[in-house]
Design a protein around this ligand. Structure first.
Ligand code: PLP
Length: 376
């Protein structure tokens, strides 16, 4: 029995059947990965916008190994190695105030729900159609997709969904009952949907008028993915809370909430056993060090994708690329994989390309050629 068949049988027998998959990735370096049969791929998925520094970047590997030999865990009962320094870095790159570290994007959403509720004294939220903020019951309550949310209702907090990009609806929905508005600066799971210019500034105005907090979910679009540390920085808008995760630590599970100066939890209002541990913080600091160096190259690499895919009306902001294909999306994904390029179908028949930020120009050109072939 081949390695793949064995894997399939084991998974079918022992793992909850929530995922659809047919490839086993066993190794990665830079923007390339290899499967169990030894086939090589250019990775335009990057673990869904996670492996931004590329797979197994030496600086990240070294930081994790060095810290693992010193101390793997110590609890937030004590000062944790690298934690305060990472918080300082995240505060600097977001231009906001204090940080709370988490183990995932979902947990960052949860922290934001709690902080918004406890500091505003309000209970309700506003979020957007096709938006995604996580899978725990609180995060799911502000996540739109009915197919993943409705089976679990009733959920808290109460949330009103309005059309992404429609400021008139935002104005009506955000009231003196609204604790916060969850908004992605670019919708990732929806398939890389870029809002109209001025939309994020408009959301900011609605929040100010109603005394609600603007919560900017940068879990997918943040950490340099669009060529700036935060995607919202392209619009010059300052949110009250930013949530981060995916690309923040090259694959080590880390998330973060960063709130503006003065918007803080009080002692005991939040906590975590694992979050902000020594390994997580070492991995994230090393990741930020790498991204600092490559950030200026992200915009031009995105332009290279745009030029190469112009025939398909791509939506591009840095290395976040979306193309609407329709029903054929899964078939295109398969064809690309067979030709050595990993791409991913996001919602509604959209191809999403979120490769490592270190991807080379030759790799971009090769990926574009394969995508062309698959689409023609
Ligand atoms: C992936 C994602 C989340 C959830 O992050 P997890 O780490 O999977 O919990 C939240 N918001 C956005 C925008 C995401 O893309």
């Amino acid at each position: 029995m081949g390695d793949m068949e064995k894997e399939k049988d084991l998974e079918a027998r022992y793992y909850q059947p929530v995922f659809t998959r047919d490839l086993k990735i066993v190794r990665g370096a830079g923007a390339k990965v290899w499967d169990a049969q030894g086939n090589e791929y250019i990775d335009c998925v990057a673990g869904i916008a996670v492996a931004s520094t590329g797979h197994c970047h030496p600086a990240v590997v070294e930081a994790i190994c060095r810290q693992a030999r010193e101390l793997i865990h110590c609890s937030n009962l004590y000062y944790v190695p690298h934690q305060a320094e990472l918080a300082r870095k995240l505060s600097l790159i977001t231009g906001l105030g204090r940080v709370f570290l988490t183990n995932s994007g979902t947990e960052a959403t949860e922290a934001a729900i709690k902080l918004a509720r406890v500091r505003t004294g309000r209970k309700r939220f506003v979020a957007f159609t096709h938006g995604f903020h996580g899978r725990s019951t609180g995060a799911l309550a502000v996540t739109h997709k009915p197919a993943i949310r409705e089976p679990f209702e009733p959920l808290e907090p109460k949330c009103t969904f309005v059309d992404y990009g429609d400021l008139d609806s935002v104005r009506k929905a955000v009231t003196s009952d609204t604790a916060g508005v969850f908004v992605e600066p670019i919708q990732g799971e929806a398939g890389v949907i870029i809002p109209p210019v001025g939309f994020l500034a408009g959301v900011r105005e609605c929040c100010d008028a109603a005394g609600a907090l603007m919560i900017d979910d940068e879990v997918q679009a943040g950490m340099g993915r669009t060529g700036k540390w935060l995607a919202i920085q392209h619009e010059g808008v300052e949110p009250d809370i930013v949530t981060l995760a995916k690309g923040i630590a090259s694959g080590f599970p880390v998330g973060a909430l960063v709130a503006r100066e003065g918007l803080d939890f009080k002692k005991g209002e939040h906590g975590s056993t694992f979050a902000g541990g020594p390994l997580a913080c070492a991995a994230s600091l090393a990741t930020i060090g790498v991204i600092e160096k490559i950030l200026p190259s992200v915009g031009p690499k995105g332009e290279r994708f745009r030029r190469g895919l112009l025939d398909y009306n791509p939506r591009v902001r840095g290395l976040m690329v979306g193309i609407t294909i329709g029903e054929a999306c899964p078939e295109i994904q398969k064809r690309c994989a067979a030709r050595g390029v990993l791409i991913n179908c996001a919602a509604d028949g959209n191809i999403r390309l979120v490769p490592p930020l270190v991807i080379g120009e030759d790799e971009i050109d090769a990926a574009i050629e394969v995508i062309h072939e698959a689409l023609s």
